[in-house]
Design a binder for this molecule. Sequence first.
Ligand code: GLP
Length: 240
Amino acid sequence: MKIFVFETVDKLYDDLASLYINAVRNNPKITLGLATGSTVIPLYERLINDYKSNQTSYKTVKTFNLDEYIGLNYEHQQSYAYFMDNYLFKHIDINRNNINLLNGKCRDINEECLNYDKLLENNPIDIQLLGIGTNGHIAFNEPGTSFDSKTLVVKLTEETLKSNSRFFNNIEEVPKTAITMGLKSIMDCKKVILVATGVKKAQAIKDVISGEISVDIPASILKTHEDVIIYLDKAAASLL
Ligand code: GLP
């Protein structure tokens, strides 16, 4: 596990964006695992700027997203499908057929999970981007989720509901369940990049890096992956 700590968030995102731009330029058919959340927005902004000024093309890039709230459709402004469109997809030349998202409004949720697993098996992810929850969750794999999990339905914890309520009018509006790529699905990705900024993430980062590998801190399993890079600003690294 490599850990990079940056003096400023701008430097962090500039470096991270270069990694992505080079990866896409070197392999135009790359499969990217994408994430949502405020942490990844500055990265997507830089990719859009680069697309506009340097024409880095995403036409043949494939993407998979990590997770989705159950019950929100693509038009709901807090759905992750809407987030991806708004913060990235509609601004670049990606082929819509190459975008893979979990459907929070699907008729058969078990079938949706199995189909996503099959798609992931047939299209291994080259680089998976991750943020982290304050309780150490990655994607929506809450504490207690099995390290063997593939795409699954999860009940969101109080901490996650509270933390994500900042994007909704109130906590009651936050869906209580979500569908997410599992921890095994994430561990199967060839390369994993976890980004954390701000002091609110410092404890989770300390637990991941200095603590034991435990289902109580889902991201701790990343320590057993052979190609993980953790991007931190000074605040997120402040307890290390
Ligand atoms: C949600 C997402 C995670 C994300 C986390 C942190 O729970 N499911 O994938 O990492 O939020 O979000 P933020 O980057 O806004 O702190």
